[in-house]
Design a protein around this ligand. Structure first.
Ligand SMILES: Cc1cc2nc3c(=O)[nH]c(=O)nc-3n(C[C@H](O)[C@H](O)[C@H](O)COP(=O)(O)OP(=O)(O)OC[C@H]3O[C@@H](n4cnc5c(N)ncnc54)[C@H](O)[C@@H]3O)c2cc1C
Length: 379
């Protein structure tokens, strides 16, 4: 296809797993596509880096050779509380570990190889929809497209530009910060652990090259109370959990300083706004403890790609495309997000975590049922 300069069928804003997997699929289907990412690949990102097994075949099918990467396969989940109680359960489908540094940059390479115009180190600052055309203002120029996909993640200035509804409903007490390290230590390959501490939880599991991802989330207020000093908060709060104290004091830390983000909120936002089709975290955020955010992001890109194809083949109108996509989002993910939000409430609270651990130990089938409610089937 002859590509008119700066004019594309689809523009994708944000190059995380949702935007990149959509770009790869669209390129495979023969559509012209530009993707904007404000950072330069490869880069680190706050994430537990555990991918639910439901996405394995999808990633291999679009061209990522996961088998070749020899990634750790994670089969068991353990949950602990500061009083040292621990619950352990085999995960019904499990997952695999891969850093976002590797996953996102490999997907970006794949997208480029397939002909996607990947503009990294290129922030989008504005977008408008007029006369069936999107105009996208980026740090590297102005672009136009017929469809525009918002894949910019948890929050961006673009949400304000679009005056998105979720911004008006924000609850300040539900504002979280996320902190991530890569470490080496003596720990099993096939276990993911979640450790509760006051007002937060910390996950640990293996990724590639014998490294482990140690990543936690806590209410922003917790960090504020400790004068914004991450180390002090870790010593005074996280170390109350004996497992965390051991991991933090015995690990070899591979970063000079942690990767940190703020303004994490949990909940559904909207799948379509101002004709922009919202993908992954831009549409809604599942609680990180579910280890399902990346799979939701990829599954939504899988469905959206099919609908975009139908739109370009003139089988459905723009209005039908938007309605179908919105319906899909609500039916597939809203209950998963709600259940994981309840679990997060539980795992933030030490007394409730102790109670739940006791209950799940006595009735393992209940633990299994709860885990099953947070993930989907392979696609
Ligand atoms: C603490 C924590 C732990 C987590 N652990 C897990 C886990 O173990 N497993 C799991 O499956 N999920 C986990 N998640 C969730 C997971 O990280 C997200 O669901 C996933 O990254 C969503 O992908 P995405 O592509 O929608 O967004 P992102 O991966 O956030 O990608 C959005 C991209 O858009 C870019 N961007 C933003 N604004 C602009 C702009 N204006 N112009 C250009 N680019 C822009 C950003 O730089 C970013 O790269 C965790 C989340 C948190 C907060």
């Amino acid at each position: 296809m002859i590509q008119e300069h700066n004019k594309f069928q689809v523009a994708i804003i944000g190059g995380g797993v949702s935007g990149l997997t959509l770009a790869v699929q669209l390129a495979d289907a023969g559509y012209s596509c530009v993707l904007f990412e404000r950072n330069r690949y490869p880069f680190h990102k706050v994430c537990g880096e555990y991918v639910s097994m439901e996405s394995w075949h999808f990633l291999e099918r679009i061209g990522l050779d996961l088998t070749e990467m020899k990634l750790p396969q994670i089969k068991e989940v353990r949950v602990s509380s500061p009083s040292g109680h621990m619950f352990s359960q085999m995960h019904p489908i499990g997952g695999f570990g891969i850093s976002r540094y590797t996953l996102d940059s490999e997907l970006a390479k794949l997208a480029k190889d397939k002909g996607v115009q990947v503009k990294d180190a290129c922030k989008v600052t504005d977008l408008k929809f007029d006369s069936e055309v999107f105009t996208i203002v980026s740090e590297k120029g102005i672009y136009t497209s017929e469809l525009c996909v918002g894949a910019w993640g948890k929050q961006s200035g673009l949400d304000n530009k679009l005056s998105r509804g979720f911004l008006k409903k924000q609850d300040r007490t539900q504002n979280y910060v996320g902190i991530k390290y890569h470490v080496t230590l003596d720990f099993p390959d096939d276990i993911i652990e979640l450790h509760n501490f006051k007002n937060g939880y910390c996950g640990m599991s293996k990724i590639e090259e014998n490294k482990y991802c140690l990543c936690y989330m806590t209410v922003a207020e917790n960090l504020k109370k400790h004068g914004g000093d991450i180390k002090r908060m870790e010593k005074e709060v996280l170390y109350q959990n004996p497992f965390l104290k051991t991991y933090f004091t015995k690990s070899h830390f591979l970063f000079e300083k942690p990767v940190a983000i703020s303004q994490i909120k949990i909940g559904y936002k909207s799948a379509v706004e101002a004709h922009v089709l919202m993908l992954g975290d831009t549409a809604g955020n599942i609680a990180p403890l579910s280890g399902n955010g990346m799979s939701i992001a990829m599954r939504s890109s899988f469905f959206l790609c099919q609908q975009v194809e139908r739109y370009f083949k003139q089988q459905i109108s723009r209005e039908q495309l938007e309605k179908r996509y919105e319906r899909f989002w609500k039916s597939q993910f809203r209950s998963r997000i709600r259940i994981s939000g309840c679990l997060q409430y539980l795992l933030k609270n030490t007394a409730l975590t102790n109670m739940a651990i006791g209950l799940f130990k006595r009735i393992p089938a209940l633990g299994d049922k709860v885990i099953r409610a947070t993930y989907g089937s392979p696609f």
